[in-house]
Design a binder for this molecule. Sequence first.
Ligand code: FES
Length: 353
Amino acid sequence: MSHTMLQLNGMHVKFEPGQSILDVATNSGIEIPTLCYLKEAAPTGACRMCMVEVAGARSLVAACSTPAAEGMEIWTDSERVHRARKLNIELLLASGEHDCLVCEANGNCRLQDLAYKYGIIQVRFPRSFHPHQKEEENPFIIRDFSRCILCGRCVQACNEVMVNRAISYGYRGSHSKIVAGTDQSYFDSDCVFCGQCVQVCPVGALVERKSRYRGRTWELKKVRTTCPYCGVGCQLWLHVNDEGRIAKVTAVEDGAPNKGRLCVKGRFAYDFIYSEDRLTTPLIKEGEGFREASWDEALDLVATKFTEIKEKYGPDAIAGVSCARSINEDSYQMQKLFRSVIGTNNIDHCART
Ligand code: FES
């Protein structure tokens, strides 16, 4: 046997040093359920959902945080593993208000999926009391602590992925809570409302305020697009309801350049597309006001004015500022227009720093 071989459910499997049992299983096409595991962050082993059996180990081990080792014999789907996972799911279901019918995450909830997969028909434990008030004070994110399973994905997303360091674990035992700052509201804390915590929450503890009542998960169609703000070109999913309106925006996981991340504008600031004030036609200034014009008329007027200014004051009397939302090709054409046609180097970009 090679020194990088182990046994997974009876199969001989190769692995690279440094890989976890979860990595090896995923590469071998074997699914191990996870709740707290977040790909871009260090594994915490907090939820114990990924437990597997390893020959010679006294207890089950967490696949996400246990390194694969030479000669290991691992079972991911044994009777013992199933019993432990079912118990774990029951304890999580008993730990709060997991009432799927009225939960915004219904249909997009990892805990719900696991309860279904493992056939949890009844929870044997009494539901525990949750002491923390729901937070609905900010315009973007609702924090419902009664649905929180303390998996810590939001903390990792905030600290390790976005490096905003606005939230952490607080209190102890049954009073445990994910806290912002010194247990402030998001609004009063260092939170920048990037919403990454919402994107990684596997249950309905963190939901987008605006997306509520705009459509259930299974009613929304996902449309991929590029963020309309700065020139980074982040990849987005628009979740569009059957009226053609955006219910929410999420980042495309694994897609360059943002790899699942978004800023506050990309995630939440899309309402401008429905604004009544949007310009739908060129406007020409006349006296104190503006009148609507065709594109031909407006462009002819701009060309005439540029020619007049250039003849009277020279090409350097004209300057151009290109738009950060433009694609590269449009920006290239803009500088060509200014340098080659107008004859000035007065050309810049509004997002240059
Ligand atoms: Fe491994 Fe949570 S996914 S402990």
